[in-house]
Ligand binder design. Sequence first.
Ligand SMILES: [Zn+2]
Length: 360
Amino acid sequence: MNNFIKANNLVNENSLIKKFNISVSSTEIISKKDLSLDFFEKSLIIEKLLEAHQLAEINFQSGNITKRGFASNVCTMDNLWALGTNFNNTRNEISSVCGERSAILAAYNSSLINYMQTKSRSKFNFKIKYICMAQATDIDKIEKAIVPCEDCLAWFNTSRYFDDNTIIFSFERNDCKLCLKALFLDELLPFRGKLTSNKFCEDKKIVYSALAKKIADEKNINNSIILKLVKSTYESYLKNNMSIFSNQNISCSILANGKTYISNKIDWTKRWFCEPLLNCLECALKENSLSTDIIAVCYFGDEYSGDDFNDGVVSIKSLGRIRQKYATNNTLLILNFDNFIQVITIGEYLPFKFIQGYKI
Ligand SMILES: [Zn+2]
């Protein structure tokens, strides 16, 4: 009853739901997992998506340098909402923050300011419950749901402020009808929280996903090649003395154009480093230029798991970059777990590829 009253208050004359003429009850929810939203919660999420859409539009109209408008409305576990849009000082990644991260920062700052003003403070607890992603595209022209880029996914792959229950909402059109698409974080990041090992032994079992096995057979990649790659990466890890500042040593190897390229993580400071996958790729590019074709990627190193979060061995950001060029969803990804070596594909590790809105 209480929710019904609140819902009536939400869908009022001034609401965006009314302005955009959206029927909450007939808006279908697309979700692979069980998700029950009462009428109020569903109305609230739609309203917040529309609010984010309007901010994305304004950001675009204001002359955003990338000529792309995105915005997100995020909700914390304490039901605090915050809105943010893509922030671009330049077109490149150096001074750009996506709408999702911008909104998360807005929520974090508001939560912390509230916490600062609280007299009797318990532990500061900041967790993101919902991320409602919108874009500048007209609501009646929306087709596929938008998904976070791999830089945002690298944030969501951490566990201090996000968990598997964090839900990403966006609009999607299905059978000409506007729907509410819901993706749980573990659908975007199925290997989230699965920590690899920094121990190696030669008799480890090699486990392939069905797709990875098919691709490995097609490319003539057998167990002995996989094992040799993991062993070489492990040996490189043992020799690497350039990861001492962060105390997180990582090595990476790639199989490309019939050759193995291996490189290590190189720390500048505790926070700044050269990522090993991109270091490997640079070696391959020097020899093969634009025809560089990555068949397999192998990561080996230390998962940092000192507190209630970990930094991760696999760089989601780098996988996102190589998947735009030089690698594909079908590139094999080799991970060293405690009792076995896992062979999957990049597409299985990151099922949703961010689509750039311009020709690359
Ligand atoms: Zn992003």
